[in-house]
Each structure stands twice: as C-alpha cells, then as structure tokens.
Design a protein around this ligand. Sequence first.
Ligand SMILES: [Zn+2]
Length: 214
Amino acid sequence: MRIERLNLGLNNAYYLEDEKTGEAVLVDCGLESQFDRIIKRLNEISVDVRRIQWLYITHAHTDHFGGAQRLKKEYGMKVASSRGAAASMETGSQGQTIPATFLGRVFNSFAKKGRCTPVMVDLIIEDGDELKAGLHAKATPGHTKDCMSFCAGEQCVVGDLIMPAFGTMPFYAISREAILESLIRLKDSGIKSLLPGHGREVSIEFAVEKIVRS
Ligand SMILES: [Zn+2]
C-alpha cells in the first residue's frame, strides 16, 4: 500500500494506492483555492491524476472538499462521503461547526459562512463499507456527527478527528467524549497510526493521551 501525505499548507489531503490492483484514490482535496496546489503535489510524486478513480471525503468542511467539483469535472473523479456530509457538500456549505476550544470560538463566526462550489456525491458511504484501493470506511463521529475515516491496515486517514497541528483536540467537536469514543473504537479495531487533516501522522496512543489530558 502506498500512502502519500499531500501537504497543502495548513491542511493535508492523502493519495492512496494499492500497488497490487493499481486502484488509486484521494482522501480529501483541500480548499477550492488550493486546486492547483493539489495537482502540483500529485505531479511532484509522479502520480497520473487521471488514474485516480475516487475522491473520498472525511467530512463537509470546505478545507477538505472545496476542490471536489473541479476534480470531478476536470479529471473525472467520482466523489463519495457519508450521507450527512453529502447534504452539505451538495449545497456547497459548511457542515457542523461546534466550537470546542478557544481557537474554535475565534474561528467560528467566519467559518460558519464558508462556501464553495457545490458537488454532487456519487456514492454514500456507510460504516464498515469496503472501498477501492482496499480501504475500510469507519464512521468516526466527534469533530462533526457525520465524519468518516478511511483505514488501510494499521493506518487510518481520520480527517479532523484529531488536529495535531493545533494541539490535537480538534477546535470543533460535538464533545471531547465523542472524540475519545471514536478513537477507542479505531484502537479496538487494530488501528495503530492516524493520518490527520492538519499536521503529521501520530500514533493512536499519543492521540488518546492528548485528548484525555485536554
Ligand atoms: Zn474540519
């Protein structure tokens, strides 16, 4: 399994490829304004963007799905998300933002107004679904109620379930308990390492400890 973090600035997207089957997907795609940057990152790692069949979205915040419509239109990718996320994505609006930290309260007044080009979702993902490139979908509510994570072996792309770039506890969350519950569920399913939307890969033990102490 090839997993590449596409560093877009303060946020990440991920490229995942099962070398055995040749299936390639993206998880998240950054802001609409980062479209050129994600294409550049893919070119830098010698990925033929047209080979990427699916774009899986962790949650409906515009820094994760903003470029989806253009990737669909210009590169023919299909887009998939949870049912709740699809409702926001199809209207180009920001999903749930419940401030959970000081930064969350600071950002919330303008984050709520976040907009991008709407995108029609081709496939609704349910908890436990088996996806392309050998990924397993896991519902991980916490940052929003509709968040999905995409796991491969012992690694899992978790969107904003944790935010290592901002002290680990996500600045938007239903509650700390909801975050912890999803983390424990991932841990119990054998996940050892988390690939976040903001910041670098961390071990699940590190994430659990940071959330418990936050
Ligand atoms: Zn988010």
